[in-house]
Design a protein around this ligand. Structure first.
Ligand code: ZN
Length: 316
């Protein structure tokens, strides 16, 4: 862990006893409000300017995510990573190492790389509620429920970040300078929702994730999206066949995507939920979660010696 993060966590653990979040610890950056990026609110939610608490990251996120209550967010053990989005919103993470298994599988779980896929972030919040305690979990989790907070908290949620970049096209895949631009121009017709950026890792969100992958060294990356209602997988082990009602169905290969970037070194599982705006029901969410844990247990080795040679470029 970097010294800055350690210091932040230490300070945090001293100042907060009952909840990971407090208004003081996680107050929204002043300049975000100054730039007019006030969140949308549920009908019965207080306006952001009414109370200090309403400006905390949890208050802002749960005002947008209808399936996530403030209590769910506040009890989720999220902490600030030290990184911030382009508009200064903190990138939040939950890190939970296994205390029962020394050589535990390290899993990086990411939601909301596309800001308009609200269900992807909500699902990660939901699954965090079901995370087994560290002393009975065989996995070392690193969880990022909202990688693109600016896109999610925009007046109208949008896929791209505050700089208009599709973060899932901004990773430094081979020949990015040629391929990502060519794909954007010729295949998408310069679709602004799919702009890959001016250079790889030009955005603070993608840059932080790239650094976090190098630091954490996950043995599996799970990225949650919507709304295709399928599973996709890139890696040297047997792919999952089915989680709940979601079945394996490759969905394409894209220059600059997270899967294409890291999938030849680390298995990348893409979960495409069936709706961007609505979570599957609780029973289905539970089936997906349990099927996923079982598949990880049976297929992802805990050592670092995952074969890399047979990997193929990933989709999404
Ligand atoms: Zn997506």
């Amino acid at each position: 862990m970097r010294p800055l993060n350690f210091l932040a966590l230490l300070t945090f653990s001293i100042t907060c006893t009952s909840s990971v979040f407090s208004a003081a610890a996680l107050a929204a950056p002043a300049h975000a409000a100054a730039h007019g990026h006030a969140p949308a609110h549920k009908n019965n939610a207080p306006a952001a300017s009414n109370t200090a608490n309403a400006r905390t990251p949890c208050a802002r996120l749960t005002a947008r995510l209808q399936s996530v209550t403030p209590a769910m967010c506040q009890n989720s053990q999220l902490v600030q990573s030290g990184a911030r989005s382009r508009q200064g919103f903190p990138i939040l993470t939950r890190q939970q190492a296994s205390t029962s298994k020394k050589d535990s599988v390290r899993v990086l779980l990411i939601g909301g790389i596309h800001g308009d896929e609200l269900s992807a972030s909500s699902a990660v919040f939901q699954w965090m509620q079901w995370l087994p305690p560290a002393d009975s979990s065989p996995l070392h989790w690193n969880i990022v429920p909202v990688l693109n907070p600016d896109g999610m908290l925009a007046a109208k949620p949008r896929r791209v970040n505050a700089n208009g970049v599709d973060l899932n096209r901004n990773f430094p895949t081979p020949r990015w300078n040629v391929e990502a631009q060519r794909y954007w121009v010729s295949k998408t017709g310069r679709d602004p929702r799919r702009f890959p950026g001016s250079s790889p890792l030009s955005e603070p969100e993608s840059r932080w994730l790239s650094e976090e992958i190098k630091r954490f060294k996950p043995q599996l990356i799970i990225s949650v999206h919507a709304p295709f209602g399928v599973l996709d997988f890139d890696g040297p082990v047997d792919p999952p066949v089915r989680f709940g009602a979601l079945r394996l169905a490759p969905i394409g290969v894209y220059p600059g995507s997270l899967g294409a970037y890291s999938g030849n070194q680390v298995p990348v599982l893409t979960i495409e939920l069936p709706s961007a705006g609505r979570l599957p029901d609780q029973a289905e969410m539970r089936r997906i979660w349990q099927d996923m844990l079982k598949w990880i247990e049976q297929n992802i080795p805990s050592s670092n010696q995952v074969a890399m040679a047979s990997a193929r470029p990933n989709a999404h």
